[in-house]
Design a protein around this ligand. Sequence first.
Ligand code: SF4
Length: 342
Amino acid sequence: MRELVTLAKYPFLQDTRQFIKENGPSIHELLHDPPYERARIVSIERLDNALKNRDVGRRSLANESDCIMEILSYPLARMVAVCIGDSFFKKRYALGEASHVYKYLLNETTPFLLAVAQELELTVQHNPETNIIKIYFKDYLRNAPTRYKEWKMVNRGINKGFLTISQKDLARILLESLRERINTELISRECDKNVYNVFSTDIQRFQNMLALQKKKMETTPVGKVSIEKLPPCMKDILSAIQSGENVPHMGRFSLVAFLSSLKLNTNDILKLFSTAPDYQEDKTRYQVEHITGASSSTEYKCPGCEKMRTYGICPVDKMDELCKKIHHPLSYYSNKWKQEKQ
Ligand code: SF4
């Protein structure tokens, strides 16, 4: 079993779950008993921080009690996140936990990172003599921020299905893998009514905050573009970017080309991208200007609906009546304006 402070820093580890199972209180005690009130307060702090700062926040881990409260606050925060019942919030919270862990991982040893990679079921090899770390290409593709030039497969070289990465790259890959795992787990869980009853005031506060935020986002235009009138595909890509998801290249490309066709300028487009976990303005600006034609001779066009479906970025389950009548996301947008005028 790892040290208590390690379990507090990495509450998603199997060792931490085991520790709670062997030493922790029952769910009823955790939800109601006075000694665990601090864990309940910290759990809400985790959620507030994740929503506001995209990081669940750092607290003192100076003594045993600090560590135990931190450990217990994690499953509580997850249960409350499930009861809030909002997919944007779940993604934001998952990012908040993963980004927090990433900061700790940057100061860990290679063997520790390898052990975490193993828990997250990533195929990673390490040669202790040369200190070379390699990752299986499928795990790399799924988790690396390949939107950036230095992360593109062609710039990494691949040998027998494996790519060489640095220790910092591995920490970044673990961030994405953990974010994805937490989000998937939250989606698959049902709200426990005992948890709901204990945290109902906070749950409703979060729900109100999210509803307000959503309304504000939809009704505040970006440049001259009305977010409310965007087609479901563009809303989805935008929401994924804003909740910190690793959006595939084609999604980002289509959104930029779409917004550029609506005459949105580079700075307004960049504002939409600035919430990504490792947003780099210079690199994103270069990519945006390349797509919009500001720094190249070609102005790329947003793909039509058929191509969007082929790329898997048309959310078929969210298509509405208007989607069924048009063949291009831009037509959807102009039709929405026409409908409003009528
Ligand atoms: S049908 Fe077209 S406009 Fe509608 S969501 Fe799909 S790609 Fe977007």
